[in-house]
Write a protein that binds this ligand. Structure first.
Ligand code: ADP
Length: 767
């Protein structure tokens, strides 16, 4: 035993070196830097000992350190800065602390070397060989450890050195490393090294097993798809696909498809069974057979034959529309008697929101048939109606067959919405496909490109809707019976709101009946100030808005009774949107109010004329169509021909330019019915007589001043009525149409029947 005094202590975090090892150490903690400095100044020796807790960055004294460590010396200083030092050291001897002093960021210790014992016999030799064997195995199990221990060649083996070298290389975990350092019996040391090594080998193997398992799990996900595919192939190989075939055969039988179709389906099925089940072609065939089996072939729902009940249902759903309901009931009666549907196709025509769609739904309810709707607006491609051939990737049947599958029966009511909005381009003409759908002579064997087999549509009740008949292709129009629905008067709208729309929305919003009260005056205000339409769509939206607000109030206070009045309406609907633009101000020279018919109902159309000094030129603006331009020129010529009668100096025409404008400039306008209005503004401009602001007019004119009949009188009259106009001038030839006009409109408006333009001037120009 040798004693050393006052050796500076280097506290190692984690590892120390066994004796006889040359190694570089780098220190950065002040306590270690000080120790190295102290060593350099005092002969180069130091004592290296491990911290109990390698994670601690600041050991306070002996209590934080092991007592057994290794004496070492500094060989060279490789690098030194204020904060850190790198030195090459050599370890010499194991020793243990006998006295410890901690001062001013420096630990000093007195230490004492320790003796060893060893059997030095055959058992030592056996242990020695065993240790080498295990170390080799460890090196193999974990090549990353880079253990390279060579057996000693000397005659007399130095077991102590051997344990030092091996432990230094192999035993990396601190508690075991320290334990072996402290062990003084060299045979036991070797046993301990063996035990540690075996433990490590097992640990590494376990680690590998776990890593393998994780890897497999990751791969499993990717493999699953592949395996499934293989499974299908295997089951096909084993003949298990016979199940699929049998299932399809059963389906074909159950579907009730006609014999020809069943033959085709079976042929396809046979093709399928010869194919690889995973090939894309097989998927196409499966899809095709699925369609054949899922389209209804025979399933038919029973019609309601009770016509009284049918009428009752129609009445339940819609206010008024008496003639239309009568027509529907007649239609149903004929259908019942003949057992066929080969009458004309009904087509409801009218502005939006007048109930065209909803009356068709009501027909389905009255008949107790399934209702389906196909929107034809914007359909330009024949394939949308008739489907794509199967050779196209992702081909599907057209809208008609698609709907039949949804219907699940062969006799639904199929609404063909917006048939007038169907387009036409280079991808074929959808109208010709529609013709085949609607023509009773043809539709018992409708061909869809995808389905390939004829499909019987003759039991389907087709009903169409359109805003106007002009754009319905002639051959289609030929097969239809047009039923016109026109806009509603204010009173009718109030009734509809009161009896239908409010009730419907109360249910939709979960509001108990009687919780809201809306008076007729309030409805009138909603109609006048918050909507501007022929139908009731926007009115329904406003009522829905009120219901939402009411629902909110009821949640807060369930017993509240809410009364919507003219005064508090703005709380529900916000600011008024439409002001009465009757206030055209004073009667004006050169401005008159015409009436026009549009797809969304009747509207008023102002026409302005202004004169300038010039050369008799005419300027027409406001996006006018050709027909309207012509009627403007006719009107000018007409006024010229009447110059004498109305006291206009004829020479003025040659020195005056006329500008006629029809606002709003961006909206395209056409048609001859503004003729009388044009003539009136020009006459007013030349004579300087103002046009009454209470008058609106419509009518075509001839060069001789005759007023010719126009269309859409009812819609035009309703538009005038909405604006509060009191006098409407119409062509005498339209007198019969006055019957169509609701009494409440006739009560408010005086209709003037004009045969000649002079009658128009007489009523429009203020004398
Ligand atoms: P369209 O198809 O003519 O554009 P809709 O059928 O969509 O109009 O009608 C809009 C709304 O107005 C629907 O909720 C409908 O029930 C309602 N409606 C229209 N006319 C009536 C009526 N005469 N009686 C009751 N509700 C009506």
């Amino acid at each position: 035993m040798t004693n050393f005094t006052n050796l500076p202590v280097i506290a190692m975090r984690g590892n120390f070196f066994f004796p006889n090892v040359r190694a570089k150490i780098e220190v950065a903690r002040a306590i270690s830097v000080n120790a190295i400095r102290f060593a350099i100044e005092n002969g180069g020796r130091f004592f290296m000992v491990s911290q109990l807790d390698p994670a601690s960055s600041n050991p306070k004294g002996a209590q934080d350190l092991y007592t057994v460590g290794v004496i070492g010396e500094i060989v060279s200083v490789d690098n030194a800065t204020e904060q850190s030092m790198t030195v090459t050291t050599r370890t010499i001897e194991r020793a243990k602390i006998t006295r410890f002093t901690a001062s001013d960021n420096l630990f000093l210790a007195d230490v004492e070397t320790m003796d060893y014992t060893c059997n030095n016999d055959a058992s030592s030799d056996a242990l020695y060989k065993q240790t080498i064997e295990y170390v080799k195995r460890l090196a193999k199990a974990e090549p990353r450890l880079k253990i390279d221990i060579k057996p000693m060649t000397a005659e007399h083996i130095d077991y102590l050195s051997f344990t030092n070298v091996v432990a230094n290389e192999v035993v990396t975990m601190l508690p075991s490393r320290q334990d072996i350092l402290e062990e003084s019996n060299i045979d036991v040391r070797m046993e301990k090294i063996c035990a540690y090594t075996v433990g490590q080998i097992e640990f590494i193997q376990a680690e590998k097993r776990i890593a393998n398992r994780v890897k497999k799990q990751v791969e499993a996900g990717q493999k699953e798809y592949y395996l499934r595919e293989q499974m299908r192939a295997i089951s096909a190989e084993l003949g298990e696909d016979a199940n699929e075939k049998q299932e399809y055969l059963d389906k074909i039988k159950k579907s009730g498809m006609p014999e020809e179709v069943a033959k085709k389906a079976t042929r396809e099925l046979n093709r399928l069974s010869k194919m690889s089940p995973t090939s894309p072609d097989a998927a196409v065939i499966r899809n095709y057979i699925d369609w054949l089996c899922e389209v209804p072939w025979t399933a038919e729902s029973e019609d309601n034959k009770d016509l009284v009940l049918a009428r009752q249902i129609l009445d339940e759903d819609h206010y008024g529309l008496e003639k239309i309901k009568d027509r529907i009931v007649e239609f149903l009666a004929v259908m019942q008697l003949t057992g066929k549907l080969n009458g004309p196709i009904l087509c409801f025509v009218g502005p939006p929101g007048v109930g065209k769609t909803s009356i068709v739904r009501s027909i389905a309810r009255a008949l107790d048939r399934k209702y389906l709707r196909v929107s034809l607006g914007g359909v330009r491609d024949e394939a949308e109606i008739r489907g794509h051939r199967r050779t196209y990737v992702g081909a599907i049947p057209g809208k008609i067959i698609y709907m039949m599958k949804q219907a699940e029966c062969i006799n639904p009511v199929l609404l063909l919405d917006e048939i007038d909005k169907m387009g036409k381009d280079n991808r074929g003409d959808p109208a010709s496909a529609m013709l085949e759908v609607l023509d009773p002579e043809q539709n018992f064997s409708f061909t869809d490109h995808f389905l390939e087999v004829p499909y019987d549509l003759s039991k389907v009740l087709f009903v169409c809707t359109a805003n106007a008949t002009d754009d319905i292709p002639e051959p289609l129009l030929d097969r239809m019976e047009i039923i016109e629905l026109s806009g509603y008067t204010e009173l009718e709208k109030i009734e509809i709101a009161n009896k239908f729309l409010l009730r419907k929305n109360l249910v939709l919003h979960g509001i108990p009946e009687g919780a809201v009260e809306i008076s007729n005056e309030t409805y009138a205000k909603i109609i006048e100030r918050y909507t501007s339409e022929s139908g009731v769509r926007s009115l329904e939206r406003q009522i829905a808005t009120i219901c939402r607000k009411v629902a909110l109030k009821l949640v807060a206070n369930p017993d509240e009774k809410i009364v919507v009045t003219e005064e508090n309406l703005h709380e529900f609907l916000g600011l008024e949107k439409h002001r009465d633009d009757m206030a055209m101000g004073e009667p004006m020279v050169g401005t008159a109010r015409g009436l026009a018919w549009t797809r969304v109902g009747g509207v008023t159309l102002n026409v302005d004329a202004t004169l300038f000094q010039g050369k008799g030129e005419v300027q027409l603006t406001g996006n006018l169509g050709d027909v309207m331009k012509e009627s403007a020129r006719t009107a000018i010529s007409l006024v010229k021909s009447l110059a004498d009668e109305y006291g206009i100096d004829k020479t003025r025409f040659a020195q005056t330019d006329i500008h006629i404008h029809v606002p709003e400039g961006a909206v395209p306008k056409d048609g001859p019915s503004a003729g009388v209005t044009m003539a009136t503004v020009i006459m007013s401009a030349f004579t300087g007589i103002p046009v009454s602001n209470q008058v609106a007019m419509t009518g075509e004119i001839t060069l001789r001043g005759k007023v010719l009949a126009i269309g859409g009188l009812r819609e035009k009259a309703l538009a005038a009525y909405r604006l509060g106009i009191t006098k409407v001038i119409i062509p005498k030839d339209n007198a019969n149409d006055l019957e169509e006009i609701p009494q409440e409109v006739k009560d408010k408006i005086q209709f003037i029947l004009a045969e000649d333009i002079k009658t128009v001037f007489e009523h429009a120009l203020i004398k």
